[in-house]
Ligand binder design. Structure first.
Ligand SMILES: C[S@@+](CC[C@H](N)C(=O)[O-])C[C@H]1O[C@@H](n2cnc3c(N)ncnc32)[C@H](O)[C@@H]1O
Length: 315
């Protein structure tokens, strides 16, 4: 018998995992197009259904609360750079299961609208709204970052965490700028590679990005800070500032927010699917390899890391 050595992914609180199977219906868009009613089952899926989930959907399914480079400290830093405060209307693009949306509403008393392209993730997020007691402040809807269903100037702040590397940056940033009101802030929390990264490091970053692409099904590129600033500037934003983050401090340590029971629960679920599904095993092994290549290689770490980039729409 061959023994496969596998390590469960680092895990977090399974705070949104419901205890029973829930079927939710919701409207995907608020526009003039006919209302599309979708049914998404977020718990108790069969093995084949679990295999068909996207990478981040699977992570949510096993109980991972957020999927990004920075932890909540990074979210707070971004919020502070963008002047998030009571009364502000904030759009969170690519909100996943809504962990940051709840955090922002709870801690800053701002109104948050979360948008994500995944029906599954939005349904999980919506299931938590009432439970969190934030019904008046937080709402979620399915939507594409490249084609947001909001009027021009609808938001005082647009935030996005670990999403733009998956997007057509030019189109998406123009769209973010469109829905911002004049004087509003766009804040993105992403990753960068240094302008002066040696070829060997650039190749490693490219290889890690390729593996990430394989997991998420879209092309991933890692811009330099100068390129990030260029993308913001091309979208018409001004007073652009970037802030590099320490990789060790902002690695999004899920365990911190979930506690031991959450870690154990998610690890067990991950282990179950690692053993039962070759497809999921391949994905999680690639995920682990990407993290090692990006975060643990001492040379790469000197030329790579999380980055906050903030700009304002001219008033
Ligand atoms: C790395 S996850 C980050 C999720 C969340 N921001 C967080 O911090 O946990 C990337 C997210 O972007 C979403 N996404 C990818 N492409 C998108 C698009 N075109 N429009 C909206 N969301 C998108 C994915 O569904 C996923 O939830």
């Amino acid at each position: 018998m061959s023994v496969v050595s596998i390590e469960a992914p680092r895990t977090y609180e399974a705070w949104y995992m419901s205890s029973c199977s829930v079927i939710k219906s919701y409207m995907s868009r608020r526009s003039v197009t006919p209302v599309i009613t979708l049914t998404v089952k977020t718990t108790g899926l069969k093995k084949r259904e679990v295999e068909n989930l996207g990478h981040y959907e699977f992570m949510a399914y096993i109980g991972v609360p957020y999927f990004r480079w920075g932890g909540m400290d990074t979210t707070d830093k971004l919020a502070s750079l963008c002047g998030v405060e009571k009364g502000k209307r904030v759009l969170l693009v690519g909100c996943g299961t809504g962990y940051s949306a709840f955090h922002l509403a709870k801690n800053y008393e701002c109104e948050v609208v979360g948008v994500d392209i995944s029906n599954f993730l939005i349904t999980v997020a919506q299931e938590k709204v009432e439970e969190m007691g934030l019904g008046g402040l937080v709402s979620f809807e399915v939507g594409d970052a490249h084609d947001l269903q909001f009027d021009d100037g609808s938001f005082g702040v647009v935030l996005t965490e670990s999403v733009v590397i998956f997007l057509d940056k030019e189109r998406a940033l123009l769209e973010f700028a469109r829905v911002l009101r004049p004087g509003g802030f766009l804040g993105i929390s992403e990753i960068y590679q240094a302008d002066d990264a040696p070829e060997e490091v650039s190749n490693r970053i490219e290889e890690a990005a390729r593996m990430l692409s394989e997991n998420v099904g879209v092309e991933v590129t890692v811009p330099t800070p100068r390129q990030w600033i260029g993308h913001m500037s091309d979208a018409g934003l001004q007073s652009i500032q970037t802030e590099k983050q320490e990789i060790g401090l902002t690695s999004g340590d899920w365990a911190e927010v979930v506690g031991r029971a959450g870690v154990a629960r998610v690890s067990l679920k991950a282990m179950y699917y690692l053993l039962r599904s070759k497809k999921i095993r391949g994905r999680l092994q690639r995920d682990k390899r990407v993290r090692e290549m990006f975060m643990e290689d001492e040379t790469t770490k000197k030329f790579f890391g999380p980055l906050l980039c903030v700009g304002t729409k001219p008033g």
